[in-house]
Design a protein around this ligand. Sequence first.
Ligand code: LHQ
Length: 259
Amino acid sequence: MASVLDSVDAGVQTITLNRPEKLNALNPEMHERLAAAFERARRESEIRAVLLTGAGRGFCTGQDLAERDVRPGAPPIDLSLSLGRHYNPLVRRMRELPKPIVCAVNGVAAGAGANLALACDIVIAARSASFVQAFSRLGLVPDAGGSYFLPRLVGTARAMGLALLAEKLSAEQAAQWGLIWKAVDDASLPGEARALAEHLAQGPTKGYGLLKRALYAENELDAQLDLERDLQREAGLTNDYREGVTAFKEKRAPRFTGK
Ligand code: LHQ
């Protein structure tokens, strides 16, 4: 079985991290496959939403530590190389994808695995899942966007506590803190995540892409108002805008085509 599964159905591309015996810890082969999967998401117009999840009892435990030779005498490891080659392009690809990414966190999400979840646009987690900023246990800095996402999502005080202490944060607590969208019963996760992704896949895809740009921009109010104006110009020119307004007037559900 491939270490990353990629399938498309009803406008939803499901990307499954698939090394369950290692709790889906990431190795270079998985990175290559993830890059290809997100490139496919960008390229294929049939794909209107992405669902990222993990196989087995874990979501993803970050970098595969078995790959790191830290024995005495082993040459020093330059971790910036794997960030530059794999993790940073992955996070950029995800944030820049003009389509919504749903993350279904099915189990523990640790280190870069936790931050991979936070790079998604909407995160839904099983109640038994947890988030661990494991980096400081290894003497490392939160990466894969963690030092950016955490303070913005939960504030500096909680971000600092999570990063310094590297304790497990339950899915419930993560939802209460605003780190994720919501926590659901374990048995409901696959169904709820799928329904969410299908709902988004039937939405105004172009508008969603523009909406991501608006919400992820880092601007002062003045520049943000200008950005909203420019994005709204584009949104207003879509077929889906016409359909949305028409459906409202006709008191029926809209039938968006994503165009
Ligand atoms: C693993 C891993 C793993 C290898 C579980 N690697 N095998 C750094 C460098 C450069 C660039 C990018 O970013 C980074 C940042 C990082 O992501 S560094 C890695 C950060 N992650 C961690 O430190 C998490 C390590 N894992 C754990 O602490 C535990 O596995 C947790 C607490 C997540 C889960 O514990 P348990 O439920 O008790 O499971 P387990 O530890 O027994 O794991 C099951 C298997 O998975 C086990 O293998 P084995 O052959 O003994 O059954 C683990 O060795 C393996 N595994 N995470 N990251």
